[in-house]
Design a protein around this ligand. Sequence first.
Ligand code: FES
Ligand SMILES: [Fe+2]
Length: 385
Amino acid sequence: MNSNQWFDSTLWDRLSAPTAEGSTLPNAAYVDPDFFAAERDCVFKRHWVFAEFAHLLAEPGSVRPVEVAGQSLLLTKDTDGVIRAFHNVCIHRGAVLIEEPRSDCRNIVCPNHSWSYSLKGKLLARPHFFGGDQHDTKPAECTSNNLVEIACHTWHDWVFVNISGDAGPFSSYIAPVLEKIADYNLDSLRLGGTLSFDIEANWKLAVENFIEPYHVFSCHPWLHSFVTMAERDAPTFEDHILLCGYTFQRTDPARGEGLPYFPGLPEHKKNRGDWFVLFPNFAFEIFPDQLATLVTTPISAQSSRETISLYFVGEGADGEQFRAARDTVIKNWHDLNLEDIGILERMQRGRLSDGFNGGVLSPYWDPVQQHFARLIYKAMASTSQ
Ligand code: FES
Ligand SMILES: [Fe+2]
């Protein structure tokens, strides 16, 4: 494996070594602004990444600017109901096209010289293009005349993009997860609540913390009473997917009690919780009556935003009769996440210490941390010094 200015020549060996003798990433990966910038290019532009919630583009005619990997992108929904993604920039003189979301847009009109585009990105007209009052109303059909489209796929409420266009088909990215959650009818889900948190920690710490249950007995008293350490298995991983889960012996109002279950759920799933990370930063947990997504958006090397969205089955999401049960679940997600954030920010501060640089790991719980580090390493190793 290559090294670069952040990865010394022994790092790959430590990431690949038996976990008790290995380590994870060096501090620079969590604090260095140059690493953060390179990571945008090597990780966030080159993989399928979450861009936005589809419910925010509910109506045909919706347009919505989003930022992914430091790029301003434009999501549109035309009358065909398909959500598309484009670079949010006019092909003429490079003005950013859309700065505020709209739900009633027929065409995109650049505010600079009023070139207009369809919601499919096609250039429609250029006023005064050939001189005063000499308009170009039928621009030539060629791709260089259109907005620059980006690979985009909507999976339920989650819009993913691949800016570089070379991450392969979304179907290949999602297939291993679809297989594992085939018993759950995700079409029955509706959004029941959203929580948002600004955290002073690198996005990777949030992902690493999400997938490991080792901290539960120490950081989450209620969660440990719900499922003890002895009942928990270590996380596993398959290529770009990180996985963990447990079987619970009793229900609890904080984890959903009295809420409707997924229709047709097999018996052996009625006391299961499973959670997943799709590399790099889209995570979700699924229970018999709910699905929670946790997206950690990188803001800077040392800060991130977490968005937790809670989906429930059918009327579990909005029925008045389920309000108390739903609110209890949402409050529990809020409280659990605050418990995590304190730890994430502590680990972030620890990465400014000369006394730490990759860690000493538990051979039982932490192989997944090395695997995640290897995924980052492989993505970043192409940036040679
Ligand atoms: S910059 Fe957009 S029309 Fe000129
Ligand atoms: Fe936690």
